[in-house]
Write a protein that binds this ligand. Structure first.
Ligand SMILES: Cc1ncc(COP(=O)(O)O)c(C=O)c1O
Length: 425
């Protein structure tokens, strides 16, 4: 682990910041300090322009419904984005990339379409976001599966504990690569190996991982990997479900409609005969969010201009700096240990002093910092199971990305200290 004080990013954080118009504008005389990238990463000017120019210059029928030149140009944007996503994840082929509306829809797709048979157990963990927990909870309610939930310890999954739940009846292990509350990263290599050894498939939620770590799906070797474009600085309303081609083609249907069939014919036997396309098209029914494709392609291009290892070192140094400093404040407690958290991109903490009000602290961050305000996130972060396990009503989360600086960390920690002193003395 690199020490917080010695890391010098070999990319220019200032140059990156200049690409984000929202960091230049002011909100009623205040500039934004954005420590909420775990919710969504800010969008670069290029991403905004890519979406806008789609509407300005294309914006017509696509999706192979028409064959005119405009439709071909629109379709080309989808094809480019699919290839960009495949390259970004180091997938073997663009056919392994299914577009969804986000991580949430990607997980719902797998939960709905996975061919559960006599293997019908799904193992997940209490770290899962509701986007992962609820689709499988609902499948269990419908009696399609049996759900087993591995309890984490101090925000980390113990692979040995998880392994105890994975057996001959396990169809799928669904697990986050990086929790949106506990931070750090989960030991997935071991978990994937063990699950495969027992004949189970693995679905990885990469929503909080892929922007700040990158992902090589061939090395990870999970069967399915999901992420949302907006979490890497791309457009809202677009997600990626990577799946090994053979696994995607084993899935049943999820949503069906226009654009998913090879043929529909009267069969002469009453019911028409339907022949579906192969993955990925089979899963992408309906006219899609075409404007998002060039924006995703641009977000991936932009992210790839930031070298992976220095980006990781930069984010680690910010996390460690924040975690160590917050740890010194007696009125709150950090979830986890600084060195471990530094593997991830966020720090969460919770009040231990009864006078510390998270709501008031948020107001303080908005209104009491002169010409700046700090955006963090407080609450249960759609991770209710984890908060229940930890017996916490809520946590405050500060999350970091390429455009954040040590000065912003210091401003935030300073504000936290001042608020705690004012509120709790
Ligand atoms: C770990 C994790 N998984 C899944 C999701 C769901 O992502 P989306 O709402 O973009 O579908 C989130 C969003 O915050 C998340 O943090």
């Amino acid at each position: 682990m690199t020490s917080a004080s010695t890391v010098k990013p070999s990319f220019s954080v200032d140059a990156i910041r200049r690409e984000f118009p929202v960091l230049q504008r002011d909100f009623g005389g205040k500039k934004l300090v954005y420590l909420d990238s775990a919710c969504t990463a800010l969008k670069s000017a290029g991403v905004g322009e890519a979406a806008a120019s789609f509407y300005r210059e294309l914006g017509g029928c696509g999706g192979k419904r028409s064959t005119h030149l405009l439709a071909q140009a629109v379709e080309a944007e989808l094809i480019k984005a699919r290839q960009a996503a495949a390259d970004f994840l180091n997938a073997e082929s663009a056919n392994e990339i299914v577009f969804t509306s986000g991580t949430t829809e990607a997980v719902n797709l797998v939960a709905r379409a996975f061919p559960f048979d006599e293997r019908r157990e799904v193992v997940l963990t209490d770290l899962e976001h509701n986007a992962v927990f609820l689709p499988f909870y609902e499948a269990a309610q419908r009696k399609e599966i049996e759900l087993k939930i591995c309890r984490s310890k101090n925000g980390r999954v113990d692979p040995d504990e998880l392994a105890k739940l994975v057996g001959d009846k396990t169809a799928l292990v669904a697990i986050t690569h990086a929790s949106n509350v506990a931070g750090g990263v989960q030991p997935l290599a071991e978990i994937v190996r063990h699950a495969h050894g027992r004949g189970a498939r693995v679905l990885v939620d990469d929503a909080q991982f892929v922007a700040s770590h990158r992902e090589d799906v061939q090395t990870l070797n999970a069967d399915f990997v999901a992420f949302s474009a907006h979490k890497i600085g791309g457009p809202f309303g677009l997600g990626v479900l990577y799946g090994k081609e053979v696994e995607l083609n084993r899935l049943r249907h999820y949503k069906v409609g226009g654009g998913v069939v090879k043929s529909v014919k009267w069969s002469g036997k009453g019911m028409p005969e339907v022949v579906y396309l192969d993955a990925p098209m089979r899963f992408e029914a309906g006219v899609s969010n075409f404007s998002a494709y060039p924006a995703l392609t641009e977000a991936v291009r932009f992210l790839k201009t930031i070298p992976a290892a220095p980006l990781r070192a930069h984010i680690s140094s910010l996390v460690k700096r924040a975690a160590e400093a917050i740890d010194e404040i007696p009125e709150v407690k950090v979830l986890g240990k600084a060195d471990d958290l530094a593997d991830g991109s966020l720090v969460s903490f919770y009040p231990v002093h009864k006078e510390f009000s998270v709501t008031d602290f948020n107001l303080y961050l908005n209104h009491e910092l002169g010409d700046r305000f700090v955006a963090v996130r407080a609450g249960e972060h759609c991770a209710h199971l984890l908060h229940q396990s930890l017996k916490l009503d809520g946590t405050v989360r500060a999350s970091f990305f390429a455009y954040n600086t040590a000065d912003e960390v210091d401003l935030f920690v300073g504000a936290l200290k001042s608020y705690a002193k004012e509120a709790c003395s």
